[in-house]
Design a protein around this ligand. Structure first.
Ligand SMILES: Cc1cc2nc3c(=O)[nH]c(=O)nc-3n(C[C@H](O)[C@H](O)[C@H](O)COP(=O)(O)OP(=O)(O)OC[C@H]3O[C@@H](n4cnc5c(N)ncnc54)[C@H](O)[C@@H]3O)c2cc1C
Length: 410
């Protein structure tokens, strides 16, 4: 095709497709419904804390190749920071004990044989059962591995909840398998934690939009697609309410909007119908020197503490149970936990709570089975987004891969 590719949605799926296609010399236009690009992965100025915050802390691993390639393509890979080793700090609020695990490089998991590197109070034999994940079919993870015991409580549950945003026993073993195959099974070189230390926007969003505009791509914000005008096997026009764009025979559309928007716009398209929320709590505080950039926390509301230069931010995944809790009470509980882990003291500093109610689709086998591939019944309409059939849960990596896959079909 040689016409214009209209990309609907400027989340990471849409931006990745736009970067690929414009880089290949294609004519591209991006239409974003809100006033900002980035979708569920963005930074903004927050009045309560007076800081630039992210809508939610995002953790990548060094094995997320598509995400790193995308960042490299827009010149921001160096802004994804993290340790040189696959090391993770943990703290249990109940026992007040902390420990670190370190995953050795290479496919042979030497680290499970070293008591200093593996999870405390586990033996190497405990890890053997995890091999079952590597060959799992799509059934609940709870039917594949025992979701109890020290190894599960201290490592598998925290990692799986972070990756799948769904209670592990009910999660899709297939999605867990695909993550494990690309990270833990590869070894430490694929498991190094990577964080957008200066904000998600500076790594994934603003430089991409600037690059697109430099290349002559129109990135139109506040331009919400209201309807696709479909005739026979083609999309013939885009209806934005106030204006309409008629498509020529060579024009095509990548619909890179969330599942709920896509299923409303495209007749007969299936998609996930159940979603899970994520709670993020940001404090304007500087953590004591030496505090790890990332700490997994057990036994409280806090699950992961992220330390940034000017703030300490806490993630609680699979957080539907906290959506109705009073904000002040939640912030106080979480601040107490942050103090217990980091050694910070004193009155609660300025804070903000961000509750993303439909942060990800529920990563269950049933929901996974509802995900469509990129092609549709309309010849010039392709789907993208973390909710399409990427083989991964709702993640940056999945979103970017879906954008790349959609671009490859143009
Ligand atoms: C709080 C939180 C924490 C997360 N943590 C992690 C993490 O640690 N690691 C990780 O890898 N992933 C994480 N994720 C998931 C990750 O953010 C998403 O998977 C990814 O950003 C999805 O990108 P997307 O482009 O598929 O969808 P979206 O970001 O939803 O983008 C879709 C875009 O389409 C726009 N749109 C919708 N309807 C229309 C319309 N009709 N017309 C025009 N535009 C429209 C939307 O406004 C949006 O900008 C997290 C998500 C949240 C919310």
């Amino acid at each position: 095709m040689t016409g214009t590719v209209h990309i609907i949605g400027a989340g990471l799926a849409g931006l990745a497709a736009a970067v690929r296609l414009s880089g290949a010399g294609r004519t591209v236009a991006v239409h974003e419904g809100t006033a900002y690009a980035g979708g569920r992965c963005r930074s903004y100025h927050d009045h309560a804390t007076g800081l630039l915050i992210d809508n939610g802390n995002h953790l990548l691993l060094s094995g997320n190749r598509a995400a790193h390639d995308y960042a490299r393509a827009i010149g921001t890979e160096h802004r994804l920071t993290g340790p040189d080793a696959a090391e993770f700090a943990f703290h249990d609020l109940r026992s007040r004990k902390g420990w670190r695990i370190r995953i050795s490089d290479g496919r042979i998991p030497w680290w499970i044989f070293d008591p200093a590197w593996r999870v405390p109070d586990t033996t190497w034999r405990d890890y053997l059962g995890l091999a079952k994940i590597l060959v799992a079919s799509d059934r609940p993870l709870g039917e594949v591995i025992a979701c109890t015991g020290t190894l599960y409580d201290r490592l598998i549950e925290p990692l799986m909840v972070a990756a799948l945003n769904t209670s592990p026993p009910e999660s899709s073993a297939l999605l867990a398998r695909n993550i494990v195959r690309e990270t833990l099974a590869v070894g430490g070189e694929a498991c190094r934690p990577r964080i957008a230390r200066d904000g998600l926007g500076t790594v994934f969003v603003e430089p991409a939009v600037a690059m697109l505009r430099d290349r002559g791509v129109a990135v139109r914000l506040d331009h919400e697609l209201r309807a696709l005008v479909l005739e026979g096997e083609r999309v013939v026009a885009l209806d934005f309410g106030g204006d309409r764009i008629d498509l020529s025979a060579d024009d095509a559309v990548i619909l890179a909007v969330p599942a709920w928007a896509a299923t409303a716009l495209v007749p007969g398209v299936s998609g996930p119908t159940a979603f899970r929320s994520i709670l993020n709590t940001h404090f304007r505080a500087v953590a004591p020197a030496g505090t790890p950039a990332l700490t997994g926390v057990l036994g409280g509301t806090t699950e992961w503490i992220f330390v940034f230069p000017d703030r300490v931010s806490v993630t609680t995944s699979n957080a539907d149970r906290f959506m109705k809790e009073p904000r002040e009470k939640l912030a106080e509980t979480i601040w107490g936990e942050v103090c217990a882990v980091t050694g910070l003291t004193g009155e609660m500093p300025p804070w903000q709570i961000v509750r993303e109610r439909r942060a990800t689709f529920a990563a269950t086998p049933e929901q996974n089975a509802r995900r469509p591939g990129p092609s549709t019944a309309w010849k010039n309409l392709v789907l993208a987004g973390d909710w399409t059939a990427t083989g991964l849960p709702s993640t940056i990596e999945g979103a970017i891969r879906s954008g790349n896959a959609a671009a490859a079909l143009m």
